[in-house]
Write a protein of this length. Structure first.
Length: 404
């Protein structure tokens, strides 16, 4: 049976900050209520840029996973694991590499961008160039159809889709494909089967794209098909290829921009981060010293919230009343910046109290985290092994009947 599957990963950068929380983690928590979710620590990805400093990776991974759990990722609902603990990712990455034109990788916009941005590092490495192939393997190995990512990752997902298509094109040929597809069609039932056939004909004979979409929708909503049959029927719509690897879609969710204490984008490397776990004292200090509208040099100068990063945080944390109070007080110099910041401090303290509490359990007992990851890796590996069986077979690499 087919279920919608979500997959996402993050590089192990250590403790998570409010940018990660509002930009990704809250969304991950929401998604786990609806879908079968896989969330992983992309530790090999960290090595593509930080190959000279591997020492920090394990500790950073631990801190990051603690924060995922503290944010509300529930290991009974979601599969939480570490990329390097599921070796099948490496195998699929290697095999995808066989059909990945180097020019496709050189064209990925982040390739040159990152090299320029991280000019202090030598990124002329094979691993760095190939990193979108590895990312594709991460996704395709779980046959995930939805990938929550930020704008910056959309081009990688486009490459993933192209690689899936290319792979299916090369290796999706089955000698008895036609018969198998026909048999799968029977399993749709007579009414649905007939409708499927009509739509397929409309697309193949007249190029009717709407019919293609309708047929795909029909398959989407059909629950009682095996994965193999489902793939065959998808493949059969467009030609005589089996869908071995599923094309994923990016899941772009509106998320608020979270500024750091200096007004720049929040980032640990800029030293402007407010972490998901702050003691109330450090939190208070960070907010009280946070950058405000530069035009408000004195208490008596009116300000403009639109030019103030504190306002961006109010938009996330404060209700309409408080926001109204800020706008009025700021533009008329009716309130001072410290007055303005206080409700924000209070709101973040309230938000973080349960997060701190949940995190403490794991910090006191790191073995809990280890167990969650071991269990998650086992679950992930099971799914990965299943895909790899099909991939190996399709590529002529199954030797279970011996050689020759
Ligand atoms: N490339 C992503 C990043 O740098 C992390 C990542 C690796 C990822 N593999 C993934 C994200 C698979 C989504 C799906 O943020
Ligand atoms: Fe920013 Fe508030 Fe000060 Fe206005 S009053 S400048 S919104 S901190």
């Amino acid at each position: 049976m087919f279920t919608d599957r979500v997959l996402s990963g993050m590089r192990p950068t250590g403790r998570m900050h409010l940018g990660h929380y509002h930009g990704a983690l809250k969304n991950w928590v929401r998604l786990q209520e609806i879908y079968d979710c896989y969330y992983f620590v992309a530790d090999w990805h960290a090595l593509t840029t930080h190959y000279e400093t591997p020492e920090q990776i394990a500790d950073s991974a631990f801190e990051m996973v603690v924060d995922w759990l503290a944010a509300g990722i529930n290991p009974d609902q979601s599969t939480v694991f570490v990329q390097s603990m599921v070796l099948e990712h490496a195998e699929l990455s290697l095999l995808l590499g066989m059909v990945t034109p180097v020019a496709w990788l050189e064209r990925v916009p982040t390739y040159k961008d990152q090299q320029q941005k991280l000019a202090d590092r030598d990124l002329s490495m094979y691993g760095f160039l190939g990193y979108p192939v590895m990312m594709s393997a991460d996704i395709l190995i779980y046959r995930a159809n939805m990938v929550p990512v930020g704008e910056d990752q959309v081009s990688h997902l486009e490459l993933t889709r192209e690689l899936a298509r290319r792979f299916n094109h090369f290796y999706g040929r089955e000698p008895d494909f036609e018969e198998k597809a026909q048999a799968a069609m029977k399993k749709l039932g007579s009414k649905k089967g007939k409708r499927y056939e009509e739509l397929r004909d409309a697309f193949q004979e007249r190029g009717d794209e709407q019919a293609l979409d309708a047929a795909k929708a029909l398959l989407e909503e059909t629950q009682n098909l095996s994965l193999g049959d489902r793939e065959r029927l998808f493949g059969y719509l467009e030609g005589a290829r089996r869908v071995i690897l599923v094309e994923p879609k990016p899941l772009l969710t509106e998320t608020p921009k979270v500024p750091g204490t200096d007004g720049q984008k929040m980032s640990k490397s800029y030293g402007n981060a407010i972490f998901m776990r702050e003691e109330p004292e450090t939190l208070t200090k960070k907010i009280r010293t946070m950058q405000t509208d530069p035009a408000r040099a004195r208490r008596s100068d009116p300000g403009n919230p639109e030019r103030c990063p504190v306002w961006s945080l109010h938009k996330i944390y404060s209700n309409a009343d408080t926001c109204g109070w800020v706008t009025k007080g700021c533009t008329t110099a009716g309130i001072g910046c410290l007055d303005c910041k206080q409700p924000l401090i209070d709101a973040i303290v309230v938000e973080q109290a349960p997060i701190l509490e949940r995190a403490q359990r794991y910090l006191d007992n790191p073995a809990l985290v280890r167990d969650i990851l071991t269990d998650g890796c086992d679950r992930a590996r099971k799914a990965a092994v299943e895909t790899m069986r099909d991939v190996r077979e399709a590529m002529g690499l199954s030797y279970d009947r011996g050689i020759g």
